[in-house]
Design a protein around this ligand. Structure first.
Ligand code: IPM
Ligand code: MN
Length: 363
């Protein structure tokens, strides 16, 4: 089994560098205690790269990622760069090109309700008492994010702007195959989300997912319109396992599912291509309001390492050990400020140390 890996570490902006410091603690344990030959190389991305080099995704960063087995990303963007022209915005000019460049068409976001955090979920206890574990599988390199777009913002004429949702059949097929294969390893159940009562792209989506499902007779497939899907997920999240969505619907639903677990600070994300190369990041964003305060929850960043071990390195036991260390920390009552309703919380750094200590015991 391969045990030498090179990881491109891209801390980025906002809370990115702080939570990445905690991720390094885990990476160092993997390197020193687990006989993994890990190499990490750090590169600039996002606003900090704009400040240094004038571009959000410098060539050096891209080449570094290209030479690696996986990318571990912090977060990108912040108020400092918000007034830049549209195309230079760090999210648009770094994250989307990175997804496209590496053909990361699969996005996975697991939303797990931890029993200890049930009281933080915005859902009523009569719903949360059943728990839930939803895996949002989102198409990530096509759809309205990458379709033709434009505008006429000449105020003397009637202003207009447009974006186009376009899906080629092969793009739907490949994400559907991934979802069905994943379902076979879980509860064998997929809900595909679309707006096939209105959108042409959704009609093709639904028909294609149906066709792909013929190859996986052991997996139960159903379809929901996006509006109904949101309603059903809020009403009985425990009845869902895998949700399969287009780029835009997945963007919205994954945040919604994440919040139902109590805090978006727990939500990790993996973006993969067909070679298991992946970009791993917290899904919560750069959170500039709490930047440099040692307050941010590092769990999403740490869990993105767990996803990296699973999906890019095929090291399932180590991945499970990270999940288990995080669970134990929560069980023992350790909380960062976003996952408690009182003032008894610990810092980013302390949470990183606690999870690392538990992880050492696991491995
Ligand atoms: C996400 C983010 C991005 C997206 C933004 C920052 C472009 O919201 O990863 O979900 O919309 O995909
Ligand atoms: Mn999003």
């Amino acid at each position: 089994m391969k045990n030498n890996f090179c990881i491109a570490v891209l801390p980025g902006d906002g809370i990115g560098p702080e939570v990445m410091q905690q991720a390094y603690k885990i990476l160092n344990i993997l390197k020193d205690k687990c006989l993994l030959n890990l190499q990490f190389m750090e590169y600039d991305i996002g606003g900090i790269a704009i400040d240094k080099y004038g571009v959000a995704l410098p060539q050096k960063t891209l080449l570094g990622c290209q030479k690696s087995d996986a990318i571990l990303l912090g977060s990108i963007g912040g108020p400092k760069w918000q007034s830049l022209p549209d195309k230079q915005q760090p999210e648009r000019s770094a994250l989307l090109p990175l997804r496209k460049h590496f053909n990361l068409f699969v996005n996975i976001r697991p939303s797990i309700l931890h029993p200890e955090l049930k009281n933080l979920s915005p859902l009523h206890s009569r719903i949360t008492r059943f728990g839930f574990e939803i895996l949002c599988i989102r198409e990530l390199t096509s759809g309205i994010y990458f379709g033709n777009s434009g505008n006429n913002l000449n105020q003397e004429l009637q202003e207009y702007a447009f974006d186009t949702e376009i899906y080629y059949k092969f793009e739907i097929e490949r994400i559907a195959h991934f979802a069905f294969k994943t379902a076979q390893k879980r509860k064998k159940k997929i809900v595909s989300v679309d707006k096939a009562n209105v959108l042409q792209s959704s009609k093709l989506w639904r028909r294609t997912v149906e066709e792909v499902s013929k190859n996986y007779p052991d997996v139960e497939l159903s379809h929901l319109y996006i509006d109904n899907a949101v309603m059903q997920i809020i009403k009985h999240p425990n009845t869902f396992d895998i949700i399969l969505c287009s780029n835009l619907f997945g963007d919205i639903l994954s945040d919604a599912c994440g919040m139902l677990t109590g805090s978006i600070g727990m939500l990790a994300s993996a973006s993969l291509n067909e070679n298991n190369f992946g970009l791993y990041e917290p899904a919560g964003g750069s959170a500039p309001d709490i930047q440099d305060k040692n307050l941010a929850n590092p769990i999403a960043q740490i869990l993105s390492i767990a996803l990296m071990l699973r999906y890019s390195m095929n090291l399932h036991e180590l991945s499970d050990a990270i999940y288990s260390s995080v669970n134990t920390a929560l069980k023992q009552g350790y909380r960062t400020f976003d996952i408690t309703d009182n003032t008894d919380y610990i810092s980013t750094d302390q949470m990183g140390d606690i999870i690392s200590k538990l992880f050492i015991k696991e491995v």
